[in-house]
Design a protein around this ligand. Structure first.
Ligand code: ATP
Ligand code: MG
Length: 173
């Protein structure tokens, strides 16, 4: 189904804000960013990334979520200032049951499945999930999804496109 990424992200982050006492920032472009996908699964990817960002960083540190149009892609970046991932582990964190050495000996719970599942979901949508991290400094996970072509966006049902006008008005106000 057609999904507007800015709205999806804002909704999921609102749940995290309500559940955890810590700063979350959302940066969304003025223009709507449409993708086609399975809402529940994409929500699950966001939850996994936010859960990790929350779990692997101190509670006063902000988590920054950014939505971006990048060529034919919608990109969602989840950035934390937490423990980061050691260089030697970075190529493996998307593997099933893999946990980096700087978490396995501490009391962070987890199986090492969240990123494996998230990566699979991204691929099933024709997109990808990538990561940049520095140990002790933080991590940024980026979910990339193919954007809907402008021609297809124009043909969306009116009730969906009304969202566009709402945001246009917000931006103009
Ligand atoms: P769960 O199955 O509950 O998600 P998990 O969080 O350990 O367990 P993944 O989400 O798959 O598993 O992440 C795999 C590993 O990647 C983690 O164990 C951790 O070592 C590392 N990791 C993932 N996200 C971050 C992050 N934001 N900061 C630091 N390390 C991370
Ligand atoms: Mg996890």
């Amino acid at each position: 189904a057609p999904l507007e990424v800015g709205q999806l992200v804002a909704e999921v982050v609102d749940h995290f804000r309500a559940a955890f006492e810590r700063p979350f920032t959302v940066e969304v472009p003025r223009e709507r960013v449409w993708v086609r996908g399975d809402r529940d699964r994409l929500e699950q990817v966001l939850v996994n990334l936010l859960e990790n960002a929350h779990k692997y960083s101190a509670s006063e540190e902000p988590i920054v979520v950014t939505v971006e149009r990048f060529h034919n892609e919608a990109r969602i970046h989840v950035k934390d200032h937490g423990i980061g991932i050691p260089g030697a582990d970075q190529s493996q964190v998307f593997q099933r049951f893999y946990r980096a050495r700087n978490v396995s000996h501490r009391n962070f719970g987890g199986l090492g499945l969240g990123l494996f599942i998230s990566h699979s979901i991204a691929r099933l949508h024709g997109g990808g999930l990538t990561m940049r991290s520095a140990e002790g400094q933080g991590s940024t996970f980026t979910l990339g999804l193919p954007r809907m072509a402008p021609h297809d966006v124009k043909r969306l049902p009116h009730r969906l496109l009304l969202l566009d006008e709402d945001r246009a008005q917000e931006a103009a106000a």
